[in-house]
Design a protein around this ligand. Structure first.
Ligand SMILES: [Fe+2]
Length: 237
């Protein structure tokens, strides 16, 4: 059974990810070669930075799904979003229009920092009591500070899962993110590993190096964080 990648910017023309369908397809082929057969497309949902037009997202997602079939790629694709922890997420929850990962009750959310105010904690509580589980996006890229581990514990106590980017292991986000990710792996804090691809040329080599590093760090890590158990947990089978 193939691997799952729950964090990708593979839909063209909707955020800072793929620029066109050609780039998306080339990336999908590489992901398939790396053993991935299930993908969640997670365009940024952060209106202070990216314009989010639901109709264009759905249109381009459908077109990409058709291209996958036409090109005989062995890939299942689902729609989700990468939320920034802020107004868009809270509004979507209030309106009950949240883009979860596929049809699961998991939401991919990036935080601005691992230092939570009381207001952040209240907002987090609202998300969780609305019936959703959080997957914290690329947690290793949050600036590490003395509060970080207590914030991790706080998130854990609120059932959050932690996602890391595979390309942090090949240095894309600097030495600190690389070391923080390795530390998180050592402490068994990493639940999900994903590519967070943006369909750029330079990523090809970084993905290969990241996958190799993953195998070197700990055997079985790839299956545990990208394999069947994640598909089952998110019911994306
Ligand atoms: Fe992302």
């Amino acid at each position: 059974m193939g691997l799952i990648d729950i964090h990708t910017h593979i839909i063209p023309g909707v955020d800072d990810g793929a620029k066109n369908f050609e780039d998306s397809l080339a990336t999908l082929k590489q992901l398939s070669d790396l053993g991935i057969d299930t993908i969640v497309a997670t365009p940024h949902r952060r209106s202070s930075m990216f314009e989010y037009d639901e109709e264009i997202v759905r249109q381009n997602f459908n077109k990409l799904s058709n291209l996958i079939a036409e090109n005989d790629l062995d890939i299942k694709i689902f729609l989700g979003a990468e939320y920034y922890f802020g107004p868009d997420l809270f509004d979507d929850i209030n309106r009950k229009t949240v883009y979860t990962l596929g049809n699961s009750n998991y939401i991919l959310v990036e935080f601005r920092s691992l230092r939570f105010t009381n207001q952040d904690k209240e907002s987090l509580f609202r998300v969780i009591t609305s019936g959703y589980n959080l997957i914290v996006a690329h947690i290793e890229r949050n600036r590490f500070n003395s509060d970080s581990f207590s914030a991790l514990e706080y998130l854990r106590d609120n059932s959050a899962l932690f996602q890391c980017d595979i390309m942090s292991l090949s240095g894309l986000w600097g030495e600190q993110a690389n070391l923080f990710m390795e530390e998180l792996i050592k402490r068994n804090y990493v639940d999900v590993i994903s590519t967070d691809v943006h369909c750029r040329d330079f990523e090809k080599e970084l993905l290969i190096r990241g996958f190799k590093r993953l195998n070197d760090i700990r055997s079985g890590l790839k299956d545990r964080c990208m394999g069947e158990s994640i598909k089952k947990r998110l019911k994306l089978l």
